[in-house]
Design a protein around this ligand. Structure first.
Ligand code: KIV
Ligand code: ZN
Length: 389
């Protein structure tokens, strides 16, 4: 039987950390309600101790969401945990996400500490959080660069202290997919109480590997992916929700996983986030970019027009995108031109199209894309020629 991968959305926390993407309370609430409708299992609503505004937003989201687990981030600090617990109090389902850096970079440079002290602090933070909820997630910050033997000791200690999910962040986006997969496999095989918790992938995109690493993580045994809409997040961003959801769906037979996300909402959700967070999506972005379902070269257009599956592995309606587009450029061919004329209501013979194609190329060489207005002009001239001939 296929296994469920829990989708933990952190658009409102890690995503909102992007410069320029700051949201006000109303915007956060609107997005939270849409993310619940999209089907995310856990929604990280913010970092309640960070500001009164964030506290209020988390508190209101906690009041409003009905089925999604609402999560608040904390450091491994008692006061942070108490404040997050207070903000999350009205939630039907709440989670405290606490943690500390576990790599030697963090232990030495950030905390001026040592491994044993960090291990104690990690377990203590989980115990504090368990006073407020049974659903506690621990993050081992910079796990991507943490020594696996030590990481296994931390994971075992926090599970023994009551963590029900353990997040293994590749905070700096450093790992290669096989390394991240091996890290998760190491934990699965070496942490004796690992069956008492869900392991979670939280990958950053500094080398463009966040999605690949998350998929490597679930193949190796993790059961939760932390991600954001449009891949927004610190620096180069986080794992993109729409990518992992569609990889899991597309490869369901091979991987044996599923998610609870309503894929038809992916494009509307992406647009909503881009508009609300004032952060446009790059046109070539997988699944939700403006060009994700556009075909512009002659060879591709010809194949696509004969059978869409020659050049599309996903139908645009499956992810709520506009219909596929045949874009006319100087690289387009006759079949694409004929198709576009037909769409505009013209019916030309093969000979007409041959003549029109030469004229089309002359126009196409002068601009990036040939639009409907250009096509109407060409068509009208051709029709007049036919009448006067
Ligand atoms: O990237 C990271 O390590 C984080 C943690 C706070 C979970 O965002
Ligand atoms: Zn992060």
């Amino acid at each position: 039987m296929d296994k469920k991968i829990f989708i933990f959305d952190t658009t409102l926390r890690d995503g909102e950390q992007v410069p320029g993407c700051k949201l006000n309370k109303k915007e956060k609430i609107e997005l939270a309600l849409e993310l619940e409708a999209l089907g995310v299992d856990i929604l990280e609503a913010g970092f309640p101790i960070s500001s009164p505004g964030d506290f209020d937003a988390v508190n209101e989201i906690a009041r409003l969401l009905k089925t999604t687990v609402v999560c608040g981030l904390t450091r491994a600090v008692q006061k942070d945990i108490e404040v997050a617990a207070e903000a999350l109090k009205p939630a039907a389902r709440r989670r405290i996400h606490t943690g500390i850096g576990t790599s030697d970079f963090h232990i030495k440079s950030k905390f001026n500490s040592n491994r044993e002290d960090i291990l104690q602090r990690a377990a203590q933070a989980v115990k504090w959080a368990r006073n407020f909820t049974d659903d506690v997630e621990f993050f081992a910050e910079d796990a991507g660069r943490t020594d696996n033997e030590y990481l296994a000791r931390v994971v075992e200690a926090v599970i023994a202290a009551g963590a029900t999910t353990v997040n293994i962040p590749d905070t700096t986006g450093y790992c290669l997919p096989y390394q991240y997969g091996e890290k998760i496999a190491f934990l699965v095989n070496n942490v004796k109480n690992v069956d008492k918790a869900v392991l979670s992938c939280h990958c950053h995109n500094d080398l463009g590997l966040a999605t690949a690493n998350s998929i490597a993580g679930i193949i190796a045994g993790a059961r939760q992916i932390e991600c954001t809409i449009n891949g927004l997040g610190e620096r180069a961003g986080n794992t993109s929700l729409e990518e992992v959801v569609m990889i899991i769906k597309q490869h369901q037979q091979t991987l044996g996983f599923y998610t609870g996300i309503n894929a038809k909402q992916l494009n509307p959700m992406s647009r909503k986030v881009a508009d609300t967070m004032r952060m446009p999506v790059q046109p070539n972005k997988a699944i939700v970019g403006a060009n994700a379902f556009s075909h512009s070269s002659g060879i591709h257009q010809d194949g696509f027009l004969k059978d869409t599956t020659t050049y599309e592995i996903i139908a645009p309606e499956e992810v709520g995108a506009d219909s596929s587009k045949i874009v006319l450029t100087a690289r387009s061919g006759r079949s694409a031109l004929a198709y576009r004329f037909q769409k505009l209501g013209y019916s030309f013979t093969r000979n007409d199209i041959d003549t029109l194609y030469e004229q089309f190329l002359a126009v196409a060489d002068t601009k990036k894309e040939v639009g409907d207005d250009d096509l109407h002009q060409l068509a009208k001239a051709q029709q007049e020629k036919a009448v006067t001939a």
